[in-house]
Design a protein around this ligand. Structure first.
Ligand SMILES: Cc1cc2nc3c(=O)[nH]c(=O)nc-3n(C[C@H](O)[C@H](O)[C@H](O)COP(=O)(O)OP(=O)(O)OC[C@H]3O[C@@H](n4cnc5c(N)ncnc54)[C@H](O)[C@@H]3O)c2cc1C
Length: 443
């Protein structure tokens, strides 16, 4: 007989660790499983994370890094480098991903979560259309509720029988490939670099690149490129940057690569007996592919629904539905609308991007909205109308206007996400969402 828990959580990344802690604090028996060793959780690097999400999760950003956690400057540079937009408000903090992982794991343990590391989950156990547990290389575990938080592997989703609602596979183009290196700053040429400052270079192969100079004398260089055939390897872009910038030193302190799902939210993140959170549920911000903030917010909302369902002893789709609804209201509608802009950006040429930034068609307001994950179309629309008076026939303006219109429709549609689960209503809602995104992809 497999051991039975109230909740099984698969994946001890930021989403899984935070969700399990919150549920255990309510007095439930939680098992958190990860295939890695505890010291391998997180990443070997410092990440830029949404400040608001850290605060909501009760995390003190200053204690999550050995260096300064404040980002002192954030600049976005056009592909032709002629235009730089400086953000006046920077809602991000620098977080050491190993420290974040250790902190969240310690908090989970302290709340009573049983942690099982070096244990690989192979799939779900389903009985009469309901997830009742997981199968691992150490045996089977059963739970009243299962949470899938295995990041982009989406091991539980991939193993679901068809017809259980949560999409099993994502398209390749729903991912961005990321590569980054941390290097020393050259003693000889690096004197002019401003520390604590992020620089984003946009419009490269449907992605972006960034550099961050830390006060400890290191330089983080990274690139994200949409995962579609023909796009270059992001590693080559980073190495090209290194070769052409003498301020970047020779010594590689760390390097890592990976993929991040960057797309609209899943139409549903719940099925009978199971819900998904974090990268597994595509909760990263689509334009900049930052996923920690989304994973933390998703985890908190998932934990709220899980505890209510445990209390009611009801794990059917209708009981778990409040997670879908609260996520769409709090974050998902913004992410879906911003995904329309991501689709436009990934199709814009470098020339169009540079022109748009040079003419201030895309300015601080839009860039700030895209980076912070808050969709703010009315201002952009008003501004666009003034551009049309002077530059009416420019194809990019027409596409941008169409994109904003689509984004507004998508935003409204996601805000009208069904508050309760009725199969027919949800099918209508999903079909309409697909139609809206077909339009968005045509821009
Ligand atoms: C190179 C790179 C740079 C990034 N930079 C940033 C950044 O600056 N800011 C930001 O916000 N985001 C960044 N991200 C994205 C961010 O790392 C993810 O969005 C975030 O980690 C998602 O959290 P999660 O908990 O959903 O998944 P993860 O952190 O991926 O955790 C998933 C866990 O599941 C475990 N697991 C997977 N499969 C199994 C299995 N079969 N059995 C058992 N356990 C399993 C894994 O070992 C892992 O510990 C970056 C990503 C990459 C690749």
């Amino acid at each position: 007989m497999s051991e039975r828990y109230d909740v099984l959580v698969v994946g001890a990344g930021c989403a899984g660790a935070l969700a399990s802690e919150r549920i255990a604090r309510e007095g439930y028996r939680v098992l958190l499983v990860d295939r890695r060793r505890p010291e391998e959780l997180g990443h070997e690097s410092c990440d830029m994370v949404e400040d608001e999400a850290l605060t909501q999760a009760g995390l003190n950003a200053a204690s999550l890094t050995t260096g300064p956690s404040r980002v002192t400057g954030l600049e976005v540079i056009s592909p032709d480098t002629a235009t730089t937009v400086r953000l006046s408000e920077i809602p991000f903090r620098i977080v050491d991903r190993r420290l974040l992982a250790t902190t969240l794991l310690a908090r989970a343990r302290e709340a009573g979560v049983q942690v099982l590391t070096q244990c690989t989950v192979g799939g779900v156990e389903v009985d009469r259309g309901k997830v009742i547990g997981v199968i691992t290389d150490r045996g089977a575990y059963s739970g009243r509720l299962t949470i899938g938080s295995s990041g982009l592997d989406r091991v539980l989703c991939r193993d679901l029988p068809s017809g259980m609602g949560i999409p099993r596979r994502l398209r390749t183009s729903d991912f961005i490939s990321v590569y980054r290196e941390t290097r020393n700053v050259s003693h000889e040429h690096g004197a002019g670099l401003q520390s604590g400052s992020y620089r984003y270079h946009v419009g490269l192969y449907g992605g972006y690149s960034w550099t961050y100079t830390s006060e400890d004398g290191t330089l983080d260089i990274g690139t994200g490129v949409q995962d579609v055939p023909g796009n270059p390897d992001p590693r080559e872009i980073v190495l090209g940057y290194v070769r052409s910038h003498p301020e970047v030193g020779e010594r590689v302190i760390s390097r890592e690569g990976g993929r991040i799902p960057t797309r609209r939210p899943l139409s549903t993140m719940v099925t009978n007996g199971m819900l998904v959170v974090g990268d597994a549920a595509c909760q990263a911000a689509p334009v900049i592919a930052r996923g920690v903030g989304g994973a933390l917010v998703g985890a908190m909302l998932a934990a709220d629904t899980a505890t209510a369902s445990l209390e009611a002893d009801d794990f059917g789709v209708d009981s778990l539905w409040s997670y879908n609804h609260s996520y769409m209201m709090e974050r998902g509608a913004h992410m879906a609308a911003l995904d329309c802009l991501r689709l436009l950006m990934q199709r814009m040429s470098d020339k169009e991007f540079s022109w748009g930034m040079g003419k201030k068609v895309v300015d601080e307001a839009e860039i700030s909205s895209a980076l912070t994950g808050r969709f703010a179309v009315p201002k952009a629309m008003t501004k666009l109308r003034t551009f049309f008076k002077g530059l009416g026939g420019v194809p990019l303006l027409v596409r941008y206007e169409n994109s904003l219109r689509n984004a507004q429709k998508v935003f409204d549609h996601y805000l009208a996400y069904p508050a309760r689960y009725y199969e027919g209503d949800f099918a209508d809602w999903s079909q309409q969402a697909d139609i809206l995104f077909e339009d968005a992809e045509r821009v």
